[in-house]
Design a protein around this ligand. Structure first.
Ligand SMILES: *Cc1c(COP(=O)(O)O)cnc(C)c1O
Length: 425
């Protein structure tokens, strides 16, 4: 039984009776590298980026990949080569960009809790912009910059108070969220920033949430942002760039998010209509660049049919795929080699000692012990959120480019996990 349709780009698809990533059967990768294994399609990532680039053609825009979605070095390297900047939320992420060959000047440093040490290191490296999230942070950044004899380029993250209509844990642009500055305080915050000698006001930014599947929250947020730009500039503070954040959703299970190119054509039309057509833009997409470019291959360890539920126990777990446990998220689960037998309904679960360790509820699958399954849409917020819970080694990662597979992260070993620990002597 082939599933009717797989989410995302056509680079992960069945050919004959096998699931392929580009030109390589996933079963061959599983055999070579073991499971659980993350496999990514390079073409799929570049196609997702191209959709944004098309939408922006002819405009001045910097696309900053929000690398917390997937921060593996080779993925950063790929986007750096494709011309992207990066949205980072910690010094660790900045270090990854620099190691992978990205330019500091194309880094945006976001996040509500930047430390002085992080500000210091980011200023020394020469990051392109700090997206500042509170008035207290403005004051600290000013001090750190003055101590270094530098001026910090800043943009203020505003909270446009629009409902992105997504899961509450991933909506960030509403009044009750910890992110950004409430829009009624924005003008005075800009005036304060402009008065501080260690800061140089560059832009304005927002990021309203993640896995957004409708256009209207973006269009509303854009209107609120432009209202603010008008008010800030009327108060005497020029705004160089407008950063609309990330958040565009992907298809996990039948969602129909707008295509990046289509969404941006509408947003650009709004900019033009309101007289901001030549304003430089920035965006910070994460999930939509990598989410549907990746799968996690896992082996069925045991089948455990029961009175109420049938359990399909696989070798991937919540430490590898945290989204179901964290957000009740859905990932499609499909066989690498479909069987002809009648499907049964399974709870697909991992080996971890938690009832929250599930990967899929009520899935109709024809499976046998030893089969390989692909957990789809696993390119974003999986490996970057993976942990060592239950002292499980983090999975290996492979980037597929046509008929070539590159191991981009070797499977972790137990010695790696215990390296920093000390017995008491
Ligand atoms: C997480 C995040 C993004 C990316 O969000 P996606 O939903 O993955 O596109 C962009 N900007 C900021 C500030 C973020 O925190």
């Amino acid at each position: 039984m082939h599933p009717d349709r797989l989410p995302g780009h056509p680079h992960i698809a069945y050919a004959g009776d096998e699931l392929f990533v580009e030109m390589i059967p996933l079963s061959a990768l599983a055999q070579q590298y073991g499971t659980p294994l993350f496999a990514y399609s390079k073409a799929s990532m570049l196609a997702a980026l191209a959709a944004y680039q098309q939408g922006f053609s002819g405009r001045q825009v910097q696309i900053c990949y929000a690398m917390k979605a997937n921060s593996t070095l080779a993925i950063i390297q790929l986007f750096a080569h494709a011309g992207c900047g990066f949205d980072v939320v910690s010094l660790g992420e900045m270090q990854r960009v620099l190691v992978a060959g990205g330019l500091a000047s194309r880094i945006i440093f976001s996040g509500v809790g930047k430390t002085r040490a992080e500000m210091h290191a980011a200023l020394e490296a020469g990051v392109g912009c700090f997206n500042v999230e509170s008035e207290a942070e403005l004051e600290v950044l000013n001090e750190v910059a003055l101590n270094l004899g530098l001026q910090a380029p800043v943009s203020i993250r505003v909270n446009p108070n629009v409902d992105p209509q997504t899961h509450p844990y991933i909506s960030t642009g509403l009044k009750g969220n910890k992110f950004g500055i409430a829009h009624e305080h924005v003008v005075q915050t800009y005036q304060r920033a402009a008065a501080l000698p260690g800061l140089k006001v560059q832009g304005i930014d927002c990021h309203i949430g993640s896995q957004i599947t409708q256009e209207s929250p973006y269009l509303d947020a854009m209107d609120r942002m432009l209202d603010l730009v008008e008010a800030i500039e009327a108060a005497g503070v020029p705004i160089h760039h407008i950063d609309m954040g990330g958040g565009l959703g992907i298809e996990y299970q039948g969602e129909t998010p707008p295509e990046a190119a289509v969404l941006w054509r509408k947003l650009l039309a709004k900019l033009d209509a309101r007289g901001f057509g030549d304003r430089p833009l920035m965006i910070e997409p994460g999930r939509s660049l990598v989410g549907n470019a990746g799968v996690c291959v896992t082996e069925v360890l045991y089948l455990k049919p029961g009175e109420q539920k049938n359990f399909c126990i696989v070798d991937a777990a919540m430490n590898d795929l945290p989204r179901p446990a964290m957000y009740q998220a859905y990932h499609q689960i499909v066989p690498l080699k479909p069987r002809d037998t009648t499907p049964e309904t399974w709870e697909v679960v991992g080996p971890i000692c938690e009832s929250g360790d599930w990967i899929g509820h009520d899935r109709d699958l024809s499976v046998a012990q030893g089969d390989l399954l692909a957990v789809m849409s696993a390119g974003a917020y999986c490996m970057s959120m993976a942990s060592n819970y239950n002292t499980r080694n983090r999975a290996a990662e492979v980037l597929v480019d046509g008929s070539q597979a590159h191991l981009i992260r070797a499977r972790e070993g137990y010695a790696d996990q215990m390296r920093q620990e000390r017995l008491i002597t």
